[in-house]
Design a protein around this ligand. Sequence first.
Ligand SMILES: NC(=O)c1ccc[n+]([C@@H]2O[C@H](COP(=O)([O-])OP(=O)(O)OC[C@H]3O[C@@H](n4cnc5c(N)ncnc54)[C@H](O)[C@@H]3O)[C@@H](O)[C@H]2O)c1
Length: 372
Amino acid sequence: MIIGTPKEIKNNEYRVAIAPDGVKEFVKNGHEVLIETEAGVGSGFSDGDYQKAGAQIVDKDELFKRAEMIYKVKEMLPEEFKYLREGMVIFTYIHSNAFRDQTDILLERKTVGIAYEDIQDKDGNFPLLKPMSEIAGKGGMLMGLQYAQKINGGNGLMLARVHGVRTSEITIIGAGIAGIGAAEIAVNLGNKVTILDIDLDKLEKAKHILPPNVELLYSNGKNLEECLKRSDVLVNCILWPKWRKDHMVSRDLLKLMKPGSLILDVSCDEGGAIETCRATSHDDPIYIEEGIVHYCVDNIPAAFPQTSTYSLCNATLPYALQIANKGYERALKENKYLRKGLTCYFGELTLEETGRKQKRPYKSPEEVLNIK
Ligand SMILES: NC(=O)c1ccc[n+]([C@@H]2O[C@H](COP(=O)([O-])OP(=O)(O)OC[C@H]3O[C@@H](n4cnc5c(N)ncnc54)[C@H](O)[C@@H]3O)[C@@H](O)[C@H]2O)c1
């Protein structure tokens, strides 16, 4: 198969889908790898590094013309739509639900879209989301240190323990991968940290990972309200179901928070757990609603490409190799976990969540692949 990895063009996106070591794996398995000129520079890989690993360096037009599978990081942006063609495999974070125009064009051009974020493992976890969640949780907390600063639009609190001064309080909702990552940074700087979760097993697990001064609370209305009143920072790390229309923190509840406090919406779900969240970019990361500073960047790991590129490649490469070695049809038929990520297939939408949310027809991956 011919695999093509373009340079990412999303705002401040410095990650790249494949590291030179990954190129070697494809070449060893008899595939051709095309890398767009300078696709890896943001992550510390030169064109020469890729050439040494066996890749060809080409321009964007040639890459999209020749590649059978586009292996990238972020969703396809409008500037890239012209390159889509029938049967082209798009293996990336697609977020079909959030980006309707992209979903339209992926369907119209009869592509085979496989979304990283929807691939599951045997326990129902999301293995290609997990590595980025840890970096987003930790990175989001680091961004919090910056946006609490007066010079950056915050209330001027230093989110670290300083003797003789009240210690800042941070509430994290969601004790999953991102939440634990955020807590590790917050607590190690000496902040008072509370984590809320509805899953008691997750809270118990957190007890063994985090120091004993972290408060682990069951997530209910009363506990949430108490935390909102006393916290300087609220970090949202919940994976909010896409079909839910209600919110955990409504606009009204924001009034309980101290003026000038900060919401770090790592989950970054518009219309999700935090009613007032809308996605922002690294260029323009914060806005103020009801006197509360909101930070809602939807690609936090992009700020840490030298870490996140490796972490992402480690997770995606085994699936990309399966698709290349077996061909997309056999790989999808033989691997029911990979199949969970199938978003569109020759003009048919195959992701139920997007079908339901966008009120458009969808079929199951099994139906379009003729799996009895
Ligand atoms: N902004 C970014 O750049 C970025 C990058 C990666 C991931 N993310 C997002 O981060 C979010 C978290 O991902 P994760 O991998 O940590 O998920 P996860 O599934 O590991 O954790 C989510 C946690 O939320 C808990 N939860 C669910 N409902 C709750 C409620 N009502 N109250 C309290 N807790 C509740 C769950 O029990 C679970 O422990 C996801 O939405 C993901 O898309 C964002």
